[in-house]
Design a protein around this ligand. Structure first.
Ligand code: TYD
Length: 216
């Protein structure tokens, strides 16, 4: 197995609260990089593989209220292990830029800060599932609670309620998620690029491209 440094590509993750616009921004960046001649692979967590999509359905089904925090944690990492082996590592070995919508930082803040699971446990599982693979760059789209929750709610109304288990959490949960993200970004400033997500879509996209100019 090649060490992470032997991987030729660039592993870039997008993070942020529900409704922050990261999925749209990931697509815009993918399009821009392709137009500039890069091979880009887009993927998502949870999901990103056929196995991962089956796991995602369990995780996000609002009917699954009986799910235990540790069950949820293991399922997120089960999806990630599959994605790392099946999609992400092979693409990085081939020299592609891999853009992943959420990764282990999501688990650290949602299950760690949000659900109160120990960060040490999350990092132990990360070692098993990802085998040392870490993002080279993480774009965190930061936004105040009111704006992001308002957007997530409107999206759910538009597309139905099928993927809303975490969206339904309390404001306190989402507040700890946001604080968790900002704390992570502060401890690893060389990996994180923090972007204010409240600006119009095109401005946010430009800020992201500008911040990544010397990295990707
Ligand atoms: P996603 O579909 O990406 O939602 P959004 O489009 O709002 O970003 O992610 C689904 C939900 O899963 C989201 O509420 C965050 C949550 N999640 C975790 O709790 N832990 C994790 O490790 C990951 C990857 C996601």
């Amino acid at each position: 197995m090649p060490t992470p440094s032997a991987l030729r590509g660039h592993f870039l993750t997008f993070e942020g609260m529900d409704g922050c616009g990261k999925t749209t921004q990931l697509r815009l960046l993918a399009q821009y990089l392709r137009e500039h001649g890069r091979n880009v692979v887009e993927t998502v967590e949870p999901g990103g593989t056929e196995i991962g999509r089956q796991i995602r359905r369990i995780l996000l089904d609002p009917a699954n209220t009986a799910i235990q925090p540790r069950t949820e944690l293991l399922l997120y990492f089960a999806s990630r292990a599959q994605n790392v082996d099946e999609v992400i590592r092979p693409a990085l070995e081939a020299g592609s830029v891999v853009l992943c919508d959420r990764f282990t930082d999501s688990t650290l803040v949602y299950q760690g800060c949000g659900r109160g699971l120990e960060a040490g446990i999350v990092l132990d599982l990360d070692r098993i599932a990802c085998r040392g693979l870490r993002p080279a760059t993480t774009v965190l789209i930061d936004m105040d609670l009111e704006t992001s929750l308002g957007r997530a709610k409107r999206r759910n109304e538009r597309y139905g309620q099928s993927e809303s288990r975490i969206d339904d959490e309390s404001a306190a949960f989402h507040d700890s998620v946001r604080k968790g993200y900002l704390a992570l970004a502060a401890t690893e400033p060389e990996r994180f690029v923090v972007i204010d997500g409240r600006a119009p879509l095109g401005d946010v996209a430009r800020q992201i491209r500008e911040a990544l100019r010397n990295r990707v």
